[in-house]
Design a protein around this ligand. Structure first.
Ligand code: X6L
Ligand code: MG
Ligand code: MG
Length: 155
């Protein structure tokens, strides 16, 4: 068993509902811990509503590919459609880290190659696993990220 970290985000419809339903699917019976929910400014250039983002730590034997399959199932269950690249979505789930493994599979790169550029990932990850994020990494990034409470409070 080792700890895997996944990032979840939603900015369409019932954001807390999509995050909760998605969590049940990606955790799939494994033990997990959640960061708070953060309201975050959209990144990537598309004008859209603010996201709610969180990070989940899952204690699991699942491989990166198995975790990717869970992400896809969770996104499909939320009715995710792919219209605008980097645009609004009911639910996005990305695999960040899987223990200290690397995956060079082009469909599922681990560690996530862009995770250290995204404050909406780094802040909730640092809350759950402070040793995985340095102060320099946090300070070098811009973008509004504000804690809004636990998912239990918001759903
Ligand atoms: C230059 C060009 C700099 C592109 C950054 C960054 C593109 C992040 C896409 C980028 C660039 C992304 C979320 C989001 C997206 C989310 C918030 C992405 C993919 N997903 N913004 N933007 N939360 N706050 O979950 O992450 S689209
Ligand atoms: Mg993403
Ligand atoms: Mg994604």
């Amino acid at each position: 068993m080792r700890q895997a970290y996944l990032s979840l985000g939603s900015n369409v419809g019932d954001r807390a509902g999509h995050l909760s339903a998605g969590l049940e699917i990606v955790a799939a019976g494994d033990e997990y811990r959640l960061s708070q929910v953060y309201e975050t400014e959209p990144v990537g250039g598309v004008q859209q509503d603010d996201f709610w983002n969180l990070v989940v730590e899952i204690t699991t034997e699942a491989t990166p590919r198995e975790l990717l399959e869970r992400c896809r199932l969770a996104e499909a269950a939320a009715g995710r459609t792919r219209e605008v690249r980097w645009g609004p979505r009911t639910l996005d789930v990305d695999v960040l880290l899987v223990g200290d493994e690397t995956s060079n599979d082009p469909e599922i790169l681990v560690p996530h190659p862009r995770m250290y550029e995204r404050l909406f990932v780094l802040i909730p990850l640092a809350e759950l696993a402070p040793a995985l994020v340095s102060a320099d990494q946090l300070m070098a990034r811009a973008g509004r990220v504000a804690a809004v409470g636990t998912l239990d409070m918001l759903r």
